[in-house]
Write a protein that binds this ligand. Structure first.
Ligand SMILES: Cc1cc2nc3c(=O)[nH]c(=O)nc-3n(C[C@H](O)[C@H](O)[C@H](O)COP(=O)(O)O)c2cc1C
Length: 238
């Protein structure tokens, strides 16, 4: 290793680095799916790879339930019935979005505006916002949804391990020609989801990941968003 290492000289396998770059570029949250189910062997392959995610002391504190077929349909129906009956959100974990400080709030608002623009939703139009909620709770048509739980005794450390698993999974889906959407919203209906997956109170639901084949070209399927530039969220202190 030379002392004047550049990005290029640090790369021992350039093809692998380029493949990773392509996978990161390909992975985006997708909000429209084809109904075609993913073959079980492919699902197993990508979830087994995600199992190699790092975790504190290799504790692997994620418990994942994949809803497909009739189970997926039952959960979507129960979620829609819940909101139609005027049921409330009740997540296992608090969601602090109302407390976001200004820079986080700005990014959140930019995201919402981008989504509303892509879907042609007027923020004052309650009916179209309700329609979007119904689409979220129907997994944007995805034939599968993975629900990610963590042990109820755990805290932020276990939650971050589950996040590691989730990102491996999302990149894996992209590498396999599939797509996914992480959805905190699904975690806000934990009491509706938990019994249908036969998961007890000893597990907390963090979020769901709807996945399947992307409905390419559907309105709002991918958002054209930005990221903070180099040097803002990440800094090198040499
Ligand atoms: C843990 C987590 C929860 C999310 N929850 C939702 C959600 O409930 N609904 C939704 O439409 N998008 C959700 N997203 C997707 C984010 O909006 C998306 O990741 C962000 O806007 C960046 O866009 P990108 O994933 O396309 O790069 C979630 C993302 C993460 C990581």
């Amino acid at each position: 290793m030379t002392t004047t290492a550049t990005a290029a000289s640090a790369i021992d396998e350039p093809d692998l680095a380029e493949a990773f770059r392509a996978i990161v570029a390909r992975r985006r949250s997708v909000r429209a799916f084809e109904p075609t189910p993913v073959p079980e062997a492919a699902i197993r392959d990508v979830f087994e790879l995600a199992q190699w995610s790092p975790s504190n002391c290799n504790t692997q504190p994620w418990a994942v339930r994949i809803a497909s077929g009739a189970t997926r349909d039952r959960i979507a129906a129960a979620l829609l019935a819940h909101i139609d009956d005027g049921g409330h959100q009740q997540g296992d974990l608090p969601y602090l979005r109302k407390l976001y400080p200004s820079d986080f709030k700005e990014r959140q608002v930019a995201h919402i505006l981008c989504q509303q623009q892509a879907l042609g939703i007027d923020r004052d139009d309650k009916a179209s916002r309700m329609d979007l909620l119904r689409q979220q709770l129907s997994f944007f048509g995805a034939p599968h949804v993975a629900f990610l739980f963590m042990p109820a005794w755990g805290n932020e450390r276990e939650a971050s391990d589950v996040g590691m698993f989730a990102q491996s999974l999302l990149l894996g889906l992209a590498a396999f020609g599939l797509a996914g959407l992480p959805q905190t919203l699904l975690g806000l209906y934990a009491p509706v989801v938990r019994p249908l997956l036969e998961v007890g109170e000893d597990m907390k639901l963090l979020f769901g990941i709807s996945f399947g084949y992307e409905a390419k070209g559907a309105p709002g399927v991918r958002l054209d968003q930005t990221r903070e530039p180099w040097g803002t969220t990440v800094r090198i202190m040499a």
